[in-house]
Ligand binder design. Structure first.
Ligand code: ADP
Ligand code: MG
Length: 482
């Protein structure tokens, strides 16, 4: 976060309607009304000196941690009550409901900032697109965005409440598990451009159909600022629905991205190049070729979505495109590492951050596009995709087709649901099935040979990242990209 001042006591009190006070003691050395905070934190473990600590009631009650917060250097605490655990004299801002207090700070942060805001939702690619936007917009101004996937009922208000007054751009990842969750978040952010990256089978557990997911994603348009632009995935089956909902929500304009003819930001050709790729595109009717630092056709499409949104809020396209060459994949999201193996080198593609059917298909495509070295093979190490509801077995089994199409040679699979894939695979592709991902670590380590390309993918909870960790410990250049 920025240096120095983000919130004074007076501004925070005015924004929340809360009362400035301190519990007990006399407040001479620590005046309740004269603090100023450099940041905001909801977790005392990551709180930085000078932050306001917001005592949320979530999994635990933040009020239990007031002492830790002030020990860590909190400038003040936003609380719903002043419990015994608050150190004597510590400055407090008392409101009825601390989550509402955080939302009030967020709304005030938005009102005092004259920059442009972009909201990003979708079944996959939200965080990737947020990071791409950070680079694209950063080429022409200051950008505020969360360091992590802060996309839920507290993550979005927290990110917005941290928006510096003079930031030129704010980028907000907005997620959901259920219908109705995006509406209040987008109405808080009021984006000038709203992106739906893609709609696919994520969280099917909580939805009757993918159409239901499309409806939920389309809620993002309900918060568009006046004159706001909807950025839509033209290739997606639910494009017409998304467009209709954006229209109904009053979007002032639509911009499309995709591979299909007619996309305003269109991908014409994708070729792997170095650690990244070379793209041929057509942008607003003009053909353009350029290099990008992150591999994957899906990432190329995220980039076109990001460019479309950046253009919609007035950012410079040439500079944005130039910035794409400098991108580096984040941990577990397509990061490539050359690893040392007996007699040579192999390539690890770490996609282990998370998985659902859309992102799984994208990662398998990435493996298919990768060229193994002499004598090398394409190896997929797969953990389960979770939260898919009753269709989960079929969705796992159907990966067999994609793996065959991508010319994958060997498949390592772990977890009960992956049984369904295992059973659907041709004998020759079956390397090993294990009940859990730990059972794959040793065997995969032993199996990788010179020239192999190994792609690792699964839901967070599948722990398949353990395989990626073990292999990346052998990074040839000892330099772990981050
Ligand atoms: N547009 C996309 N379509 C399909 N998969 C994608 C897309 N963008 C990213 N992915 C893959 O989805 C996984 C999660 O990406 P991430 O950007 O963290 O998405 P999110 O924040 O929506 O969960 C990664 O493995 C990534 O490679
Ligand atoms: Mg995310």
């Amino acid at each position: 976060m920025g240096d120095g001042h983000l919130w004074t006591a007076y501004e925070a009190a005015a924004a929340t309607g809360g009362a400035l006070c301190s519990r007990g003691g006399d407040a001479e050395d620590w005046p309740a009304e004269e603090w100023s905070a450099a940041g905001i934190s909801i977790d005392t473990r990551s709180l930085k000196p000078g932050d306001i600590f917001v005592a949320l009631r979530d999994a635990r009650d933040g009020h239990e941690f007031l002492k830790n917060a002030f020990d860590a250097g909190a400038a003040a605490a936003l609380v719903a009550r002043a419990p015994e655990t608050a150190p004597d004299g510590a400055p407090l801002l008392v409101v009825d409901d601390t989550l509402q207090g955080l939302r009030d700070l967020a709304a005030a942060a938005r009102l005092r900032n004259f920059g442009k805001r972009i909201g990003v939702t979708g079944s996959a690619g939200k965080t990737s697109t947020k990071e791409i936007l950070r680079a694209v917009l950063g080429a022409g101004g200051s950008v505020h965005a969360a360091d992590r996937s802060f996309n839920n009922h507290w993550g979005v208000p927290l990110t917005l409440a941290r928006l510096p007054m003079h930031a030129d751009y704010g980028v907000f990842e907005i997620g959901m598990n259920h219908g109705g969750e995006i509406t209040p978040l987008t109405k808080l952010v009021r984006p000038h451009a709203a992106i739906v990256t893609t709609v696919g089978a994520a969280h099917l557990e909580f939805f009757e159909s993918i159409e239901g997911i499309a409806e939920a994603k389309a809620e993002i348009f309900l918060g568009l600022a006046p004159g706001g632009v909807a950025v839509l995935p033209l290739d997606n089956e639910y494009f017409p629905l998304l467009k209709k909902r954006a229209e109904e929500a009053g979007a002032a304009a639509f911009v499309t991205f995709g591979e299909k003819a007619g996309a305003d930001f269109r991908l014409l050709d994708y070729k792997p190049a170095g650690a990244g790729a070379r793209l041929r595109t057509s942008i607003k009717g003009e053909e353009r070729g350029f290099d990008v630092g992150i591999p994957g056709k899906h990432q190329a499409l995220n980039m076109l979505a990001a460019l479309a949104a950046a253009d919609a809020v007035g950012a410079d396209l040439d500079r944005g495109i130039a910035a794409l060459a400098g991108l580096e994949p984040a941990e577990g999201r397509g990061q490539r590492t050359v690893i040392e193996v007996d007699g040579g080198e192999a390539v690890l593609i770490d996609e282990s951050y998370n998985a659902n059917p859309s992102s799984m298909a994208a990662s398998i495509g990435l493996l298919g596009a990768a060229a193994p070295g002499a004598g090398g093979r394409r190896i997929a190490v797969l953990g389960e995709m979770l939260e898919l509801g009753p269709d989960a077995p079929a969705l796992h089994a159907s990966l067999a087709e994609a793996l065959i199409e991508a010319k994958v040679d060997r498949v390592y699979a772990a977890g009960e649901l992956m049984r369904h894939l295992w059973d659907a695979l041709p004998e020759a592709m079956r390397a090993l099935y294990a009940g859990s991902a730990v059972g794959l670590v040793g065997p995969v380590e032993d199996a990788v040979k010179s020239g192999d390309v190994v792609m690792i993918k699964g839901s967070n909870a599948s722990k398949v990242s353990a395989v990626a960790k073990a292999l990346s410990a052998r990074a040839a250049d000892r330099k772990r990209a981050s």
